[in-house]
Design a protein around this ligand. Structure first.
Ligand code: B12
Length: 375
């Protein structure tokens, strides 16, 4: 049985994320793949993410007092998307959600509310028993959401089904791979690049993100890159989170087919693929970079010294090396050491400094030009 995939989030004007963080971890431990969207999220953003991720259910953690209306809005929006089967909505909010409120919420279509004091195992049991048998085989044929069929196709691919490649092979989008160790800032960098894409390209143009996170031993996964994304919450962005499901090296065994499907959909100008945090010997897009047109290695300045650099295989393969977090100490040394390391490769490789957590960073602008304009 493929793992159950659900989306969790905290509503708009609500920063109480401690409960959902605890619940997410318990669900992951029980083998569930949890896509976490983060806190302060609108009903529109939640439903867009649920459709793109093709989840069976949405779990909301609400403490701001607006739960009756907010849960209802999420249910209504999901119903209007006409997905088959529909996506269930459940959640909790400790003592802020009374039994009377819950009764109204059930009438509006909410599947289940968990009250204060519920043991976490009960929540995990509910998710397992309620959603493990939801069939995800059809193509959302009646859905009015253009992304829903593509999202379902990606689910079928991930679950190991052999599908004919649909869609015409028209103008191919540029596939850009992003890799590097965990904590280098890959997700924030991608989000900043998306912001520049949305601002500089005509409004009809869209971008896709295929983002990977590791599965843990019991087969669950916390797919949390969406929670870091600010600008990628846009109808012009199709984002899909994939768990590695046991495949080592940074990507999933389904990545290649998922990429072919995104390419042939004809919907995107660029496809940005983010690997999990990788180790020294990883070359996730292949030595010949068969999986991406361009590959960006994102490194933090504190990689541990010149000797460590010799061991990073991606330094021989990447087209662009972005030393991110360029506000940190030691960045000048890092730049000089990496420059010396790649000089011997005698390849056309570009080395730049970026600070993705800063607005209008010139290094990110430069990276954006290299990838979106000069590509
Ligand atoms: C911790 C906490 C905080 C922390 C939040 C830390 C964080 N990052 O989450 C801090 C101190 C920062 C904080 C701040 C504020 N808080 Co506060 N906070 C709480 C507190 C004490 C606990 C909430 C909690 O995390 N519980 C732990 C969870 C695990 O247990 P639980 O709530 O019982 O939930 C169970 C089930 O409901 C279920 N569940 C919960 N969510 C979900 C989701 C899913 C998907 C599922 C399946 C189940 C589920 O699982 C749990 C298992 O038993 C509550 C009071 C309380 N006792 O509930 C107030 C409370 C929620 N806060 C409150 C307020 C007012 C605020 C502030 C506005 C205060 C202020 N004036 O600044 C700010 C706003 C913060 C913001 N940005 O939104 C009020 C809300 C009142 C309301 N809505 O009418 C409360 C109720 C306190 C009160 N009695 O006044 N808060």
């Amino acid at each position: 049985m493929p793992p159950i995939r659900i989306l969790t989030a905290v509503p708009i004007c609500d920063g109480h994320d401690s409960a959902i963080n605890t619940i997410n971890l318990e669900l992951v431990r029980q083998g569930i793949e949890v896509i976490y969207l983060g806190y302060n999220r609108s009903a529109k953003d939640i439903v867009r993410a649920a459709i793109q991720e093709d989840v069976v259910a949405v779990g909301l953690s609400s403490y701001n007092g607006g739960h009756v209306e907010f849960f209802g809005q999420v249910v209504d929006r999901l119903e209007s998307a006409r997905l088959q089967p529909g996506v269930s909505v459940f959640g909790g909010g400790g003592g802020t959600i009374t039994h009377e409120d819950a009764a109204i919420m059930y009438k509006r279509g909410v599947n289940r509310i968990f009250f204060a004091g519920t043991p976490l195992e009960n929540i995990a049991e509910y998710v397992q028993s309620e959603f493990s048998k939801v069939p995800q085989t059809g193509y959302h044929r009646d859905s009015i959401e253009p992304d829903s069929a593509l999202a379902r196709e990606l689910t079928l691919i991930e679950n190991g089904m052999e599908l004919p490649l649909a869609g015409a092979a028209g103008k191919s989008p540029t596939v850009i791979g992003f890799t590097g160790p965990g904590g280098a800032g890959k997700t924030t960098l991608i989000d900043e690049l998306v912001l520049r894409f949305l601002r500089s390209q005509p409004v009809k143009r869209r971008v896709a993100i295929l983002s990977h996170d590791p599965s843990i031993i019991s087969s669950g996964a916390l797919l949390g890159d969406r929670a870091t994304m600010i600008y990628s919450q846009s109808d012009r962005v199709f984002m899909r989170s994939m768990a590695t499901r046991g495949t080592p090296g940074g990507l999933s065994s389904s990545t290649e087919r998922a990429l072919q499907t995104l390419i042939r959909s004809g919907l995107f100008e660029f496809i940005l693929v983010e690997t999990v945090g990788t180790g020294q010997e990883s070359v996730p897009f292949g030595i010949q970079k068969s999986l991406a047109d361009r590959v960006v290695l994102v490194l933090p300045p504190d990689y541990g010294g010149r000797l460590q650099l010799q061991k990073i295989a991606m330094l021989d393969v990447a087209d662009i090396i972005a030393v991110n977090k360029s506000d940190l100490q030691g960045v000048r040394t890092a730049f000089a050491e990496i420059e010396a390391r790649i000089r011997g490769n005698k390849k056309k490789q570009t080395l730049i400094l970026t600070q993705a957590n800063k607005h209008r960073d010139l290094g990110v602008d430069q990276l954006c030009n290299l990838l979106f304009i000069e590509s």
